[in-house]
Design a protein around this ligand. Structure first.
Ligand code: NDP
Length: 452
């Protein structure tokens, strides 16, 4: 049977664009549909604009430090109206690069919503239908809001942050995950009075317990009014703002309330179940290790599959799909020991196991150093960085590395290589320190702080 295309990709984010581009380079006839803007969550309303806001928000601290170092500097107020057009122009530039690159690769782009009509047919919102030998779903995720909370319609999500006309003076952030913690630090750094509510006992569930506690203290130390064990009970429009009644009985009025309470896969109304594609409990597309769904002609990559929801992982899954299906080289993605960073202030970079996970698995030694780095201690800053290694007693391999420090996102990339290679504690010890740096501590920790 002749199809219009060899591959039709639904979703122009990181995973979809990579798959479309490399599939097209093999000579396959490829089309891609995107209903919003090319680049997806990462480029348009996620990692990229978030990181630009992180940079912007760090200057308040830099300015204070510079003054303490002897510079004649006073940090004025942050001007959102100056920053926002620059940020938007950068996103426009990146979107156009994405569009140009898929175009150059020979991919036909449809700027419209597409749904699955049957295992080989895609229906476009324009009324057109297109057939394809393979369909790849790469529709990502969207913010989840708890609909049962009274007044939830007053809240905004991370999608709205980058579109705000004005910077709020006072904000409440709800959640204790990546997005909530990052935005709490961003708004705080921009000079916004910032409160964060997290319903559980400690932020960043799933990360290393010691690191979570350490980071929570630093976030508080920087000025975020962080409340754990606290949730929103109800919200109402009052006094020109949003009145919030909290589960601890307190009440306050905020200019904005930002909910960062997780993300859900974008699978609603895509025609997937009707076509026979099996979805999981949270609406995620169930796939095998080759990203193939329960319908053999339909594959899925990235956040819509809810495996490891990170841009570089979606890109790898997209590339592995093309290797498997278009290059005859069955390829899986290794989801183990993926380094990641939370862009809080300071940052938290992690790779491998947490101490708690490692203890469950085998006997371990824990090496940990928490200290005031030279740059801060010189000007009397109390903030301590944290370097932590979790080591297998049997194999001596470093099973996990956790770093909380300025630039930890950059450091963990390199620690990630060592952990992925299976480096032992003795390999770290054999490596000569780079002096004077903070990170030299990672090769200088001689005695375990505990064994288990
Ligand atoms: P997370 O799943 O990381 O965190 C969600 C948070 O919301 C948790 O603290 C959760 O609490 C809380 N929560 C969930 N439901 C409710 C509710 N009904 N009421 C109150 N609180 C609730 O999601 P994020 O949105 O922060 O991030 C989504 C994903 O995006 C991440 O998992 C990550 O993969 C990716 N990401 C990565 C970044 C990076 O690499 N730097 C940056 C941003 C996002 P509890 O712990 O109790 O469940």
């Amino acid at each position: 049977m002749a199809f219009d295309y060899d591959l039709f990709v639904i979703g122009g984010g990181s995973g979809g664009v990579r798959a479309a581009r490399v599939a097209s380079e093999t000579g396959a006839k490829v089309a891609l549909a995107e209903e919003y803007r090319m680049g997806g969550t990462c480029v348009i309303r996620g990692c990229v604009p978030k990181k630009l806001m992180v940079f912007a928000s760090e200057y308040s601290e830099h300015a204070r430090d510079a003054a303490d170092y002897g510079w004649d500097i006073t940090a004025g107020a942050f001007d959102w109206s100056k920053f926002r057009p620059r940020m938007r122009a950068e996103l426009d530039r990146l979107e156009s690069i994405y569009r140009t690159n898929v175009g150059k690769a020979g991919v036909d782009v449809f700027d419209t919503r597409a749904t699955v009509a049957d295992p080989h047919t895609v229906a476009l919102a324009t009324g057109q239908t297109v057939t394809a030998k393979h369909i790849l779903i790469a529709t990502g995720g969207r913010p989840f809001l708890p609909s049962e909370t009274p007044g939830i319609e007053l809240a905004m999500t991370s999608n709205d942050v980058f579109l705000m006309d004005d910077l709020p003076k006072k904000i409440l952030i709800v959640g204790g995950g990546y997005i909530a913690c990052e935005f709490a630090c961003i708004f705080n750094g921009l000079g916004v009075e910032t409160t964060q509510f997290y319903r559980g006992a400690q932020i960043l569930r799933g990360f290393d317990d010691e690191a979570r506690g350490h980071l929570a203290e630093l976030i508080r130390g920087r000025g975020v009014n962080l409340h754990v064990g606290t949730d929103v009970q109800r919200m109402e429009e009052r006094d020109g703002g949003i009145w919030v009644k909290a589960s601890d009985g307190s009440e306050d009025v905020y200019d904005k309330v930002l909910y960062a309470t997780g993300r859900k896969p974008n699978t609603a109304d895509l025609g997937l179940e009707e076509a026979g594609v099996k979805l999981g409990r949270w609406g995620q597309i169930e796939v095998d290790e080759y990203s193939q769904t329960s319908v053999p002609s339909i594959f899925a990559v990235g956040d819509v599959t809810d495996r490891v929801n990170l841009t570089p992982v979606a890109i790898r899954e997209g590339a592995a799909f093309v290797e498997t299906v278009f290059k005859g080289n069955p390829t899986t993605v290794d989801h183990k020991d993926i380094p990641s960073a939370i862009f809080t202030q300071p940052e938290y970079g992690a790779v491998g196991l947490t101490e708690e996970e490692a203890r469950e698995q085998e006997e371990i030694e824990v090496y940990c150093a928490a200290f005031r780095p030279m740059q801060g201690s010189f000007i009397g800053r109390e903030e301590r960085v944290l370097f932590k290694l979790i080591v297998s007693r049997a194999s001596r391999k470093v099973l996990g590395c956790h770093i909380i420090a300025p630039g930890a996102g950059e450091l963990i990339q390199f620690a990630g290589v060592a952990v992925k290679m299976g480096a032992t504690k003795e390999d770290f010890d054999r490596t000569v320190a780079v002096h004077p740096t903070m990170s030299e501590e990672i090769v200088l920790m001689k005695q375990p702080v505990r064994t288990a």
